[in-house]
Design a protein around this ligand. Structure first.
Ligand code: GDP
Ligand code: ZN
Length: 299
């Protein structure tokens, strides 16, 4: 054996070991410390038993049920936000902002298009988000509409899906990666595995190109909270604002002088619905931040 250390990619994380896929197509398990910080999608070199992580292009984080922040995956390019009829509102805008602030390109997947009620949802998504991000109308159950999505992912993208429980993320992953075999519609499964069972994160190469990362805890709990600054910068519908900056760099687009967003709303270039929704979420984020501040004070 030579001393050459090939570059590898972490394709599975089992808590105390990771599976590394090397450029020469070999695979190997490497032991890691439980809090090593390595995640699926990390580029690494392995010399003997020593794993060295290479710099990351992007990082995606999640918050667990107790408020702890975890890294989900490294070097993702895209984040698929999955929605279906009856999925709660307010989630999409936050997910888009979180994706953009992590330097991922968000896209929207409207699932369950085989159901009658989905046409309305799809029309609304196209109306509200059509200019902001790619939208895919699919049925994971009927396996329809997947071609466009497969083609999009094949263009060299590495992605993951988020969405509230029941929108069909497991079904979609099963449809896109036939050998992944996830349980569908069993919300309690994750809990019944016990709190100390390590959930395995995996990276799947799609046969047509592109890759998908699956992290069960991420699917269930979702993204980290967004900050006021991120909300103001990345809100979907405010894209024209990139070419027309506000007078103040930290503008919240509330009532500040020289606010470009406010004047774009006046000109009709930002729909009033977008602005009202932004103000609503801004209010919530500000409230959360104030609560967190006063908690810090008391401690
Ligand atoms: P997850 O919680 O987001 O992973 O959602 P699941 O994949 O577990 O699906 C939740 C429920 O929705 C299950 O009963 C699925 O059979 C159903 N489902 C998933 N995709 C579709 C679809 O395209 N059409 C219909 N009608 N039902 C679906
Ligand atoms: Zn402004």
């Amino acid at each position: 054996m030579s001393s050459f250390t090939p570059n590898g990619l972490i394709v599975a994380h089992h808590g105390i070991s990771v599976e590394v896929f090397f450029e020469n197509s070999q695979r190997r398990m490497v032991r890691v410390k439980r809090n090593s910080g390595h995640v699926v999608g990390d580029n690494v070199t392995v010399t003997g038993e020593v794993l060295k992580r290479l710099p990351r292009r992007t990082e995606l984080q999640r918050r667990d049920a107790r408020g702890g922040i975890h890294l989900v995956a490294a070097n993702l390019d895209v984040l698929g936000i999955v929605v279906a009829p009856q999925s709660p509102g307010g989630f999409i805008d936050r997910a888009i902002v979180a994706a953009r602030s992590a330097k991922l390109l968000p896209f929207l997947v409207v699932n369950k298009c085989d159901l009658d009620g989905t046409a309305e949802l799809l029309a609304e998504m196209n109306r509200v988000y059509g200019r902001s991000l790619p939208i895919f109308a699919i049925s994971a159950k009927k396996q329809s509409g997947l071609d466009r999505l497969v083609k999009f992912l094949s263009e060299g993208h590495r992605g993951a899906f988020v969405g509230t429980t029941g929108v069909g993320k497991s079904s979609l992953l099963n449809a896109l990666c036939p050998n992944i075999d996830l349980k569908v519609g069993s919300v309690s499964d994750y809990k019944s595995m016990g709190r100390h069972t390590t959930t395995v994160s995996t990276l799947h190469a799609l046969s047509g190109g592109g890759e998908l990362v699956d992290t069960p805890g991420f699917r269930d709990f979702g993204l980290v909270d967004i900050s006021i600054e991120e909300l103001a910068e990345f809100f979907p519908g405010f894209e024209d604002h990139q070419e027309a900056p506000c007078k103040f760099r930290n503008c919240r687009h509330h009532s500040e002088p020289g606010c470009a967003v406010l004047s774009l709303v006046e000109q009709g270039r930002i729909p009033l619905e977008r602005y009202d929704t932004y103000m609503e979420i801004l209010g919530e984020v500000e409230k959360l931040r104030a609560a967190a501040r006063s908690k810090e004070w008391k401690n």
